[in-house]
Every structure is written in structure tokens, then in C-alpha cells.
Write a protein that binds this ligand. Structure first.
Ligand SMILES: [Fe+2]
Ligand SMILES: [Fe+2]
Length: 246
């Protein structure tokens, strides 16, 4: 029995969105997902998929992508990504009813793994635009967008706190925290998300969303204030699920 995570499957079985344009690693990536997840994950394991599951805009356009995920081994827990247009946060209960026993949608709730509570939300972080000088140093950014971003961060921290609150109320004292967005951006050393992780002494923080060599280092990887941070974007891992805990 083990807990694994993998993010950003970016499936498109029903819509025309070839991923090859994003580099070699994305060539027939759905075959890689199928192959590596089947090699690594066993039926008694749990696999958390950290968002950006499907390019479909509405649920009927995502059915085959979700069916593909359903066929992967183990218990599957899904987090919302910024591209998951099919998933209205307020209608999560409806998705959970419909996919009961097949997929679990993690939003304003939590899941259990051994004595850990798996908590999470999409998260958010300001991603620019940043203004650079000739040496590539940041000399400013789009301030209006930063104001908007703060509102989204507030909303997402409230959702994250709700997930922790429910888990704590149910008696859990050990937490693994999942985000789709990285917990910090390129300007930050810490953020409201890292502070919440510290407040609850999360055993790990797992996130994805960062794509391509130039973005993999955008946020924290490794230990920060005693908590391990793990990036699990599909292309970062070449679609091999990462082991979180045994
Ligand atoms: Fe993504
Ligand atoms: Fe994303």
C-alpha cells in the first residue's frame, strides 16, 4: 500500500488539442501515462492526480478522459487544475455522487490515507507578467493583475482551510497537502500556502502546474522550514507517478 501523485495529464480524447507542440516529452503522452502508472501503481495503492486532467470545456467533453483515469490502477483522487473547466468547485458534491466508488474529487472535503488526511485545493499564485531589464532581472510587474491575484489567493486559502478543518474535526492530526498551483511564485520565499502548511505541520506539500525546463524551478522543491515540497507535473516526472508515502 502506497500513496503516489502525478499532475497535469492534459488529456484530450474528445477535443482536438495535440500536446506534441509543447515538446517531445508530450508526444503520445497518454500512452506513457498508461504504461508508467500501470508499472508503478498497484491496485491497493492511492494515486492523487493534481489537476489539469482534461482539455474538454464541459463535462460531456471530458467523459473519455475521466474514463481513462478511472481505468488506471488504484484509488484515484482528483484535484482541480486551472484548465479543469468541467469542474465547478461549488458542484463538487454532484461529481462525487456521480463517480462514487470510481473517482474522488478533492475540494472542500478531504480523503483519508492510513492515518493521514489528504487535504487540498487548486491554490493560486501571481504569475506575472513581470518586467525584466537587459540582464533578465525583474524590475517590476503588472500591478493590477497582482491585486486580482491576491483575491484568488484569499479564496483558495479559505478553501484549503476548510479542507484542513474538516480533516481535523474528523480526528486527523497528520496531513498531506495538495495544490495544483505552486505554493510560491518566482518573487516569493514563502506565501499564505506555506504558512498554512507550517501551521498544520503538513508532512508534505505536493503541487504541479509548472511545465517545461524553464519553469520547473519556479517554486520550492525539497525541504523548506522542515516540510518537504514536491513538484509532480507530468512532464517534470516524464509521467512516472511520484511516491509520496508508503
Ligand atoms: Fe498544466
Ligand atoms: Fe495548470
Amino acid at each position: 500500500m502506497a500513496l503516489y501523485a502525478l499532475g497535469d495529464l492534459h488529456l484530450s480524447f474528445q477535443v482536438n488539442k495535440p500536446m506534441d507542440a509543447f515538446g517531445r516529452v508530450w508526444k503520445r503522452h497518454e500512452r506513457k501515462i498508461e504504461k508508467y502508472v500501470n508499472q508503478i501503481v498497484e491496485s491497493g495503492d492511492t494515486l492523487v492526480l493534481t489537476g489539469d486532467h482534461s482539455w474538454g470545456r464541459k463535462l460531456p467533453e471530458c467523459r473519455e478522459d475521466l474514463a481513462f483515469i478511472e481505468r488506471l490502477p488504484g484509488r484515484k483522487i482528483l484535484l482541480r487544475g486551472n484548465h479543469d473547466m468541467f469542474w465547478d468547485a461549488k458542484k463538487t458534491a454532484r461529481l462525487n455522487e456521480e463517480y462514487a466508488g470510481r473517482l474522488f474529487f478533492l475540494q472542500n472535503n478531504f480523503a483519508a490515507y492510513k492515518d493521514y488526511a489528504l487535504v487540498g485545493t487548486k491554490g493560486f499564485t501571481f504569475e506575472g507578467p513581470f518586467y525584466l531589464n537587459r540582464r533578465g532581472e525583474i524590475i517590476g510587474w503588472y500591478e493590477e493583475k497582482e491585486v486580482q491575484a491576491k483575491k484568488l489567493v484569499d479564496r483558495e486559502t479559505a478553501r484549503l482551510r476548510e479542507s484542513f478543518r474538516q480533516a481535523e474535526q474528523a480526528g486527523y492530526r497528520k496531513f498531506i497537502m495538495f495544490l495544483h498551483y505552486p505554493p510560491t511564485n518566482i518573487l516569493e520565499k514563502e506565501s499564505p500556502f506555506t504558512k498554512i502548511a507550517e501551521e498544520y505541520r503538513a508532512s508534505a506539500v505536493v503541487y504541479s502546474h509548472c511545465h517545461g525546463e524553464s519553469r520547473f524551478g519556479d517554486s520550492i522543491r525539497g525541504e523548506f522550514h522542515g516540510i518537504p515540497y514536491m513538484l509532480v507535473s507530468g512532464d517534470y516526472l516524464n509521467f512516472h507517478p511520484a511516491l509520496i508515502v508508503e
